[in-house]
Design a protein around this ligand. Structure first.
Ligand SMILES: O=C(O)c1ccc(O)c(O)c1
Ligand SMILES: [Mg+2]
Length: 596
């Protein structure tokens, strides 16, 4: 279906918004009145600009407080409307949105509202314009879609229809099934927005917290299904009022927005995308670092061995069990400092995974980083992390391991089995985008987001995982974008015996994050431990959590650049990440590296 986006959903000037929408692949836009009023371009110039960008102007909005008022006030409203219709003719836009009135003098009189909307539509028709009447969730007398439709039906004018807005419908808790009772040709427009489920004033909720479909808690795809079944064939248009999007760059927001519509159409069964290829495991994590020494020392103490070196580049492969870490001291490292730059994901079909990613607007990276390298399918995540789709040790497919030559090594003798999870801190304005990206592009499941108290703000974390936990990525966003502790990324390594792993790490010269005694006094109050167990945790800085599924024990290394390691032991079916312990861990990391 055609896709459209309201200019209010993007930041910047009108021309910046239009350019971003066109580049992201939208077919059209809804022009918000304020964006037009603030633009130095004349309506004719805006029309030309849109045409040049290949965008249709699908809707002009909003017109407010029109209906169910005194005859005298309505006279004035019609005059006001005429000016807007003239403007729309200059713009080349044929549909106007009229919101249900919030005016204190509006009367609770459906017959009067219908009469006024009929007169408005008759005037619009003279300009070749259609009026789409929308129920605002906080409308004074009309606040539900079915009520708005009853008034439109009663008015019975060919230039009058209804505009459905998923936010208003779902925020009111209306049953969207009833949409199928509206004739498709009377649904003049469909606006889509999701929102996190919150108990708050609906106007504030709508104006500040809307998000793109798939990023909140509403079943927007289910609603769209009903609208399609009603016979609607107009555009799918995003109308998202969101405080974060207002501040972030329009280009990436528009891409995020368009990705959400592609995903929505797949979910609603309207359009197909290349099939989902869900990764089955972590092939490697790649660190870039200007100085291989401290990272190497840390990996060595964790029991990793340097097992291979890239044939042509300054990249070492460190291995232990199924865990592999690449340490890259190439040019990017000198630029960016020590950080987690890439993730290799084991993929059943690397080329298929890349095709889906590309269809979902992920930037595709060159297949070979150098002429002699094995071809690898890779894309960039929103935060710039490179994701490689790998087929490790599958002779029928090219493997990244072919680019590495084994080096003599003493053999890894540690307690690490594999990568348990990767924790990636997102730029503050890309948290929702990152979750949607990992869900749609990688086919991972987004779990509930948790808020954790950091001593200097709030830290939010949301895991995205494969069904069996073979891939777990914890996406997070911290309070202060410039603060190194909350920008840290980490690699969590799975072990069957975290006490032994921690002891071995310390014996090899590694330093574990020290955890305050108060934490252990509290643990003793919350849980019963076998003799000596708590003492080991206290000595080593091991944190503990238990839930009905199982137990979790974990500890942390010091941080190099932006990166630290975690050793984790999961027992039973524990699926979490020790969120209970995160405030203590964050405070300890701040204490270790005071804010500058
Ligand atoms: O918040 C508002 O006023 C507003 C305006 C126009 C819309 O289409 C809408 O859904 C909300
Ligand atoms: Mg709306």
């Amino acid at each position: 279906m055609r896709t459209s986006i309201a200019t209010v959903s993007l930041s910047g000037s009108l021309t910046e918004k239009l350019t971003a929408a066109a580049r992201a692949g939208f077919d059209g836009v809804e022009i918000f009145e304020n964006d037009l009023l603030a633009s130095p371009l004349t309506p004719e110039e805006i029309r030309v600009r849109c045409a040049d960008l290949g965008l249709s102007i699908d809707l002009y909005q909003p017109m407010r407080d029109i209906e169910a008022v005194s005859a005298e006030v309505f006279e004035g409203n019609l005059r006001r409307a005429r000016h807007k219709f003239e403007l729309m003719a200059r713009l080349g836009c044929d549909t106007v949105l009229v919101c249900s009135s919030v005016h204190p003098l509006a009367e609770d009189d459906d017959a009067l509202a219908a009469d006024h909307l009929r007169q408005l539509a008759a005037q619009a028709q003279e300009f070749g314009i259609r009026v789409a009447y929308e129920a605002l969730a906080w409308g004074r007398h009309v606040s539900t879609y079915d009520h708005a439709w009853r008034i439109v039906a009663a008015a019975d004018h060919p230039a009058l229809g209804t505009c459905l807005d998923s936010f208003h419908i779902l925020a009111r808790g209306s049953d969207p099934k009833g949409i199928e009772d509206i004739p498709g040709e009377k649904i003049f427009f469909l606006q889509l927005a999701d929102a996190p489920l919150m108990a708050m004033d609906v106007l504030q909720w709508s104006r500040h917290y809307r998000c793109f479909p798939g990023q909140g808690g509403f079943d927007v795809a289910g609603l769209v299904r009903h609208v399609i079944d009603a016979g609607y064939d107009g555009p799918l248009s995003l109308e998202v009022f969101n405080d974060v999007f207002r501040q972030s760059e329009a280009g990436p927001t528009a891409v995020d927005a368009h990705r959400s519509l592609l995903m929505l159409q797949e979910a609603a069964g309207i359009a197909a995308l290349p099939e989902r290829v869900v990764p089955t495991g972590v092939a490697f994590a790649e660190l870039v670092t200007p100085d291989a020494e401290p990272v190497g020392a840390l990996l060595g103490a964790l029991g990793f061995a340097r097992t291979a070196r890239h044939r042509s580049k300054p990249v070492d492969l460190w291995s232990q069990g199924e865990a592999r870490v690449l340490v890259n001291t190439g040019p990017a490292a000198r630029r960016d400092g020590t950080q987690l730059a890439a993730i290799g994901l084991e993929s059943p079909d690397p080329a298929g995974a890349a095709r889906r990613a590309e269809a979902l607007l992920a930037p595709v990276l060159p297949r070979r980083r150098a002429a002699e390298d094995a071809p690898l399918d890779a894309v960039a995540a929103p935060d710039g992390t490179e994701l490689f789709f790998c087929a490790t040790d599958r002779p029928e497919l090219p493997s990244w391991t072919g680019d590495f030559r084994p080096v003599a090594h003493p053999g890894a003798a540690g307690h690490v089995r594999r990568v348990d999870h990767l924790a990636l801190t997102q730029p503050w304005h890309q948290f929702d985008e990152a979750a949607l990206f990992h869900r749609t592009v990688l086919g991972l499941h987004a779990r509930d987001s948790v808020d954790v108290a950091d001593p200097y703000g709030l830290f939010r974390s949301r895991p995205v995982t494969s069904e069996d936990g073979g891939v777990r990525i914890a996406l997070s966003v911290g309070p202060a974008p410039t603060d190194t502790t909350t920008r840290a990324q980490h690699i969590a390594l799975a072990t069957d015996d975290v006490v032994a792993a921690a002891r071995a790490f310390r014996a090899a010269g590694g330093r574990l994050l020290a955890v305050p005694a108060n934490y252990y006094d509290d643990l003793a109050a919350r849980f019963e431990f076998v003799e000596g167990e708590l003492e080991s945790y206290r000595e080593l800085g091991i944190l503990y959590d238990r839930d009905p599924d199982g137990e979790f024990r974990h500890c942390y290394t010091e941080t190099v650049g932006r990166v630290f390691f975690e050793l984790v032991q999961r027992d039973g079916g524990y699926k979490g990440y020790g969120a209970q312990n995160a405030p203590v861990r964050l405070a300890a990391q701040h204490a270790q590296r005071p804010l500058r």
